[in-house]
Design a protein around this ligand. Structure first.
Ligand code: THU
Length: 125
């Protein structure tokens, strides 16, 4: 699958976002080893801290279906800048695949980074 195809899946997933508070839909498409893709969207809550990001929705879907071998994730949001994963999502993904690729997209452009570049010193104990 091309980067652009994965980003398009993330864009599609963003259409299911539940965002009555921020009005900022985010979509993610997480590719695992073997090419299987899990998508996710952000799901907000009146207790704002209970909101879950698109990336963690996708990762929880993958892990709960037995896929922890993350290869690449596309994150899509139509803000001014590229839609990079937040700190919590970086740490969450790094638990499983610190060297995975991250495609941070906005409307018609994206940038690619290794997760280890975006979060060079993960928490661990
Ligand atoms: N959001 C994500 O879905 N992913 C991120 O990495 C950062 C932020 C969501 C959470 C909230 O619903 C909205 O974007 C605005 O913060």
């Amino acid at each position: 699958m091309t980067d652009r195809e994965l980003i398009n899946l993330a864009k599609e997933a963003s259409k299911n976002a539940y965002v009555p508070y921020s009005r900022f839909p985010v979509g993610a498409a997480l590719e695992c080893r073997g090419g299987i893709v899990f998508t996710g969207c952000n799901i907000e809550n009146a207790a704002l801290g209970s909101t879950i990001c698109a990336e963690r929705t996708a990762a929880c879907k993958a892990i709960s279906e037995g896929h922890r071998d993350f290869v690449r994730i596309a994150v899509y949001g139509e803000g001014e800048g590229y839609c990079y994963p937040c700190g919590a999502c970086r740490q969450f993904l790094a638990e499983f695949a610190p060297e995975m690729e991250v495609l941070s997209a906005k409307k018609d452009r994206y940038v690619s980074n290794k997760l280890s570049e975006l979060l060079p010193h993960t928490f661990n104990f």
